[in-house]
Design a binder for this molecule. Sequence first.
Ligand SMILES: Nc1ncnc2c1ncn2[C@@H]1O[C@H](COP(=O)(O)OP(=O)(O)OP(=O)(O)O)[C@@H](O)[C@H]1O
Ligand SMILES: [Mg+2]
Length: 192
Amino acid sequence: MRITFLNQKGGVGKSTVSILIGAALQSAGYRVAFDDQDPQQSIRLWASQVGGLPLLENSPENDIIICDTPGRLDLNQSSPLSQLIAISNRNILVCEKSLFSTHASVPMVEFVKRYQQPGARSCVLFNKVRSTTLVGKQNVSELSADLGLPALNNFLPLAAPFENVQTMGFNAVTGKHRELVLTLALEILKES
Ligand SMILES: Nc1ncnc2c1ncn2[C@@H]1O[C@H](COP(=O)(O)OP(=O)(O)OP(=O)(O)O)[C@@H](O)[C@H]1O
Ligand SMILES: [Mg+2]
């Protein structure tokens, strides 16, 4: 299974979520490898400096490939991203739960719908959610209807352990945060 995290908007958490979901699925017993398709090479850097998960080239035998993609894309140009979408079983649009972020993500939703393979599942993952603010409390089904893509039931709050994964790896994520990431990872694997 290939799971691709994407959004042409920068800084929404694609690389962080790639690491979290990869590490959670590895902890659930799957053989996971990273395919870092972002020229910024955040995942490659993380794999060499923090580690815990192999890159695809070092782990050709695997059950799940986690693919990280660039921010700041011009979707009007023919993009290698269309090919990545076409070979993915899951396309997960990582999006902050804000009007600005969802609005900026609409072109990517259209791009995903155009190139996804039959039988693939594409959905929105809300990340960095602040549940106490009015923006954070917005109705998820209304936002996903605006976006034109179903939202995953589970979302990730803005939380220090998720930020710390960058330097400390999955060990930074414990207790209820770890349970949440695992539940989310299994929801992503589900057929529908
Ligand atoms: N749920 C979260 N809680 C707290 N911090 C988060 C969360 N998700 C991501 N971050 C932080 O937000 C910043 C941006 O995240 P990240 O680099 O993963 O985004 P990105 O979409 O991959 O960016 P780019 O488009 O530049 O590749 C990082 O500092 C990361 O630690
Ligand atoms: Mg990134």
